[in-house]
Design a protein around this ligand. Structure first.
Ligand SMILES: Cc1ncc(COP(=O)(O)O)c(C=O)c1O
Length: 409
């Protein structure tokens, strides 16, 4: 099935009406949900698709010879097709995982690495794109080479070029920082790495939500993202891998579904993507993710991108006028994810006071401790926006911040 041709004209209130949770109150105030980089809310279409499957057509996939098993298998594989189309891939290159984290772990665990081989990561990676490589360091003696960022959170591609050496086995970088909102020059990164025959993994957990991603055009080797930030359910993520790359990788887990033949003396593994989907896969979650993508693609994505840029600009303009607020990451290509510190206040206290006013932001290290160290802080507050946030919610957020300032100074 192709993406819907007729898009719904952008109307933030119409979008909001699709998300039941957005009409609730928090502490007697209307909810202003600005924690979307951690997890986004779900439209009715997702809730209903999962409930409808459970009510009307549910069984285990791939192994049945009865109607419900066949219907559910069709729904599950249709989800793979939708995901593939969403990122410009073909279905046999799409592995369903339990999240973005597992997608990256599958690649790290499957990489042929010897002691002294090198993995390049940046200092602004999420732990999901650091710790699996650290595990390779611990287990196989791999060496992590760190790409620095500039003061605004930008990546220097010349520095990347210089870091890649004869022992480099992988360049593993974020496509969009979950803390700074900075987008990385993915096409340029891939070009530089491929010129030296080094594969690239992009962590697209944030980018797959806020930008249109085409893995074929990018020519990237691996792309990882997660369902729950993309208005879909938890418990599902996606690993895209080029066919030859996936074919060359050993399985991550063993069990049912991922085999071709099992005998007493030997086992022959299934081909990708099933080789990497041991056991019962996230069936309902795949159906939910398909519903999320179908819902999202029925919207005017260009208008949503413009709206999110307007949210970012309004928030950045207001925050940069406050001399008691420090903004982190002001690179030109920045999405609507804003990390900030308030002078003299701990981010946890800031977040708690905002919460009392109905404004949900996150505070902490955001699973990016090397970045915190690079920024010279232990934690930050973070406001992250989604397509359903209204411009006037930015004003509520800023007003709440003024109140926090009064209470904390
Ligand atoms: C950039 C980035 N990578 C990876 C992850 C991990 O995704 P998940 O928790 O769904 O496995 C996140 C989640 O916060 C993220 O923001």
């Amino acid at each position: 099935m192709n993406a819907p041709l007729i898009k719904r004209p952008f109307d933030v209130d119409a979008i909001r009406a699709d998300f039941p949770i957005l009409s609730r109150d928090v502490h007697g105030r209307p909810l202003v949900y600005l924690d979307n980089a951690a997890s986004a809310q779900k439209p009715e279409a997702v809730i209903e698709a999962m409930a409808a499957a459970m009510r009307g057509s549910y069984a285990n996939v791939h192994r049945g010879l009865h109607a419900l098993a066949n219907e559910t298998t069709d729904a599950f594989e249709a989800a793979r097709e939708t995901v593939a189309r969403y990122i410009g891939a073909t279905p046999e290159c799409i592995v369903f995982t339990k999240g973005g984290t597992q997608a990256i772990n599958i690649v790290a665990a499957g990489l042929d690495v010897k002691a002294g081989d090198e993995i390049i990561v940046s200092v602004m990676e999420h732990h999901a794109n650091i710790v699996p490589w650290h595990m390779l360091r611990e287990r196989k003696g791999a060496v992590l080479r760190w790409l620095d960022i500039d003061a605004d959170g930008g990546i220097d591609t010349a520095a990347l070029d210089a870091l890649i050496g004869p022992r480099t086995k992988m360049v593993a970088l974020t496509h969009m920082s979950n803390v700074l909102g900075v987008k990385t020059p993915a096409a340029e990164i891939v070009r530089i790495a491929h010129a030296k025959d080094v594969p690239v993994l992009l962590d697209g957990c944030q980018a797959a939500v806020h930008m249109r991603v085409d893995v074929s055009a990018l020519d990237v080797d691996f792309y990882a993202f997660t369902g729950h930030k993309l208005y879909g359910p938890t418990g599902i993520g996606v690993l895209y891998g080029k066919r030859d790359r996936l074919m060359a990788m050993p399985p991550f887990e063993g069990g049912g579904e991922m085999i071709d033949i099992v005998e007493q003396e030997r086992v022959i593994y299934n081909e990708p993507p099933h080789r990497f989907e041991a056991g019962t896969p996230p069936i309902l979650e795949a159906i939910g993710l398909k519903a999320a993508i179908d819902w999202y693609e029925s919207q005017d994505r260009a208008a949503i991108e413009a709206h999110e840029a307007a949210l970012r600009d309004r928030a950045m303009d207001a925050l940069s006028g406050l001399n008691w607020v420090q903004l982190h990451g002001q690179a030109p290509d920045k999405g609507a994810i804003i990390a900030f510190s308030m002078q003299g206040a701990h981010p946890h206290d800031v977040a708690q006071i905002l919460d009392r006013q109905g404004v949900a932001v996150r505070a902490g290290h955001h699973c990016a401790q090397p970045l915190m160290k690079r920024l010279g802080v232990t934690a930050t507050a973070r406001a992250s926006f989604a397509c359903y946030n209204r411009l006037d919610e930015v004003d509520v957020f800023i007003e709440a911040l003024h109140k926090a300032r009064k209470l904390l100074s």
